[in-house]
Design a binder for this molecule. Structure first.
Ligand code: PXP
Length: 249
């Protein structure tokens, strides 16, 4: 059964739109936990467009589930992670001009720098997850880096046409299988919604789904605690559609 990591970056986005003090992602994280979040995820971007260093400090002191820090693989972010000591670091690619994280990391191309960074973070007791597309060569590079986890990028599945979705789902299913055969633990996320999450939650071996935008959007209508509760119900107990999905190779 998969667990749910709630990404609260978009709460900080609303605050930063006015450079105001509300809504505060720190208090909203508590509501997400009350709704059943198994973890809280934030991305401290280098341009600090949503989450601020102050948020990270306070979340570290107040989150009672697990704090997952998404960050770029830079020396500056490494120093912050070592000081804050989140429960997990997820390394993601970061470009200033992007609206949100676009592709997965190219772990193969960056093996020489990523491997030592993963080693330093994990030696400090912080498990590292690498955000990658569900591609066997990338998965092999992740295993070689020493990272304990991967987060499979679900963006291509989320954006696929109805006709192409089964293929993208099969890629994620195969990715989960290959990852586990390499000794990696598997999370997934990006672009998941109340409509498309169940088939990903049903993939064999899926441990945690990191979901943000759709939960914050629904929270405007029903409140954050209820929006998290509704998502958690889907993640924990997905419908298993025999015609589509949940194919374990
Ligand atoms: N996982 C990663 C690595 C991400 O970068 C993001 C977006 O910040 C998410 C999950 C959550 O994506 P969404 O907001 O589309 O649910």
């Amino acid at each position: 059964m998969a667990s749910l990591g709630v990404n609260i970056d978009h709460i900080a986005n609303v605050r930063q739109a006015r450079r105001a003090v509300e809504p505060d992602p720190v208090t909203m994280a508590l509501l997400a936990e009350l709704g059943g979040a198994d973890g809280i995820t934030v991305h401290l971007r280098e341009d600090q467009r949503h989450i601020q260093p102050r948020d990270l400090e306070l979340l570290r002191a107040t989150v009672r589930s697990r704090l997952n820090l998404e960050m770029a693989a830079t020396a500056e972010m490494e120093a912050i992670a070592l000081r804050i000591h989140p429960d997990m670091v997820t390394l993601v690619p970061e470009k200033r001009e992007e609206v949100t994280t676009e592709g997965g990391l190219d772990v193969r191309a960056q093996a020489a720098s990523l491997g030592p960074l993963v080693g330093r973070l994990q030696a400090a007791g912080i498990p590292v997850s690498l955000f990658i597309d569900p591609d066997s060569a990338q998965l092999e590079a992740c295993a070689a880096s020493g990272a304990r986890w991967v987060e499979l990028h679900t963006g291509a599945y989320a954006e696929a046409s109805w006709a192409d979705q089964p293929l993208e789902l099969a890629r994620l299913t195969e990715g989960s299988h290959v990852a586990r055969s390499l000794g990696l633990r598997v999370n997934a996320g990006h672009g998941l919604t109340y409509q498309n999450v169940e088939r990903v939650a049903a993939i064999e071996g899926m441990e945690e789904l990191n979901i943000g935008h759709t939960i914050v959007a629904r929270a405007l209508a029903v409140g954050l605690q209820e929006a998290v509760r509704q998502m958690k119900a889907l993640v924990q107990n997905p419908r298993r559609d025999p015609l589509f999905g949940s194919i374990d190779p």
